[in-house]
Design a protein around this ligand. Structure first.
Ligand SMILES: O=C(O)CCC(=O)C(=O)O
Ligand SMILES: [Fe+2]
Length: 281
């Protein structure tokens, strides 16, 4: 007589190329979201994200998966497009000239970052398999507390590897999406720190006074997120201003950025694509 089994395959039954095998499932059993362990994990991540604006899952990738993704990212890094150092605002739009000169919306900040577009990440590569696995969507949706989330529909912007070389930096900014997920693959030797001020603004209060103090050099509210290679990071960047400090040393910082939205079909604007990838398709 057979015993009733659940629809969830045990890890031993999973085919060798099942994307769940890229994840340390003993620590993070995200292939079986109904299990008590996974429910506890999801609740813990959700609570941390709500309380602090971020959540880090160290050792999310297996050692083999991290090694393979890092190797591949190193090989793809020369294909990264970088328009060169530019200046922009933290609000990612043009400076508002109607405001006083010292207003944060007029502050021009240096930024320089290379990006490997999604269409350059080979079919079947470990990073692409992980990103295209619906099980990862389900896990992320439960952590952010939504019934569904959708991978970006943008053929260039959905999955990126950001490649930052010596002298590159990412300006203080607010994201235009509710949350970002990332996996650091290779840290820089020095610099390249992810810094942020949790909840510096809210939907109904821009708190320009706090933002101005930060731009004037007051670092008292700044926190460093300890991104570790192979960790999965959730970050809510709409209300928490953040930056990546200038890279020092010869090692290119490589981080996978996995793009999602709360509705299907999201693509990037042509202007953004041109700036970020040097092309629109
Ligand atoms: O590279 C990082 O760690 C952060 C990237 C980021 O903030 C962004 O792409 O909006
Ligand atoms: Fe960001």
């Amino acid at each position: 007589m057979s015993v009733a089994t659940s629809a969830v395959p045990s890890t031993a039954q999973m085919p060798a190329d099942h994307p769940a095998r890229l994840v340390d499932l003993a620590r993070y059993p995200i292939h079986d979201l109904q299990s008590a362990e996974a429910r506890t994990l999801v609740q813990r991540c959700h609570d941390e994200l709500v309380a602090t604006g971020s959540c880090m899952l160290p050792g999310f990738l297996t050692a083999e998966a991290l090694a393979a993704m890092r190797q591949e990212a190193r090989e793809l890094a020369p294909l990264a497009y970088n328009e060169g150092a530019a200046k922009g605002t933290a609000y990612l739009d043009a400076p508002d000239k109607s405001l006083p000169e010292d207003h944060p919306r007029r502050r021009m900040l240096r930024t320089s970052v290379g990006a490997v577009a999604y269409d350059l990440v080979p079919q079947g590569s470990p990073l692409r398999r992980l990103y295209e696995w619906d099980g990862l969507n389900d896990f992320i949706a439960s952590v952010v507390g939504l019934p569904n989330i959708y991978r970006y529909a943008d053929p260039l912007g959905a999955l990126n590897i950001a490649a930052m070389k010596c002298g590159d930096e990412l300006l203080w900014h607010f994201d235009q999406t509710d949350f970002v997920t990332s996996i650091l693959l290779e840290p820089s030797e020095q610099g390249g720190e992810f810094e942020y001020v949790p909840f510096i603004r809210s939907d109904d209060d821009e708190r320009y006074d706090r933002v101005k103090r930060l731009f004037d050099g007051d670092m008292s509210e700044v926190i460093r997120l300890d991104l570790e290679p192979g960790a999965f990071a959730f970050f809510k960047g709409r209300h928490s201003i953040h930056r990546v400090t200038p890279i020092e040393g010869d090692t290119t910082r490589l981080i996978a950025l996995l793009g999602y939205d709360t509705k299907p079909g999201t693509v990037s604007s042509e202007g953004l694509k041109q700036r970020r990838y040097g092309r629109i398709n």
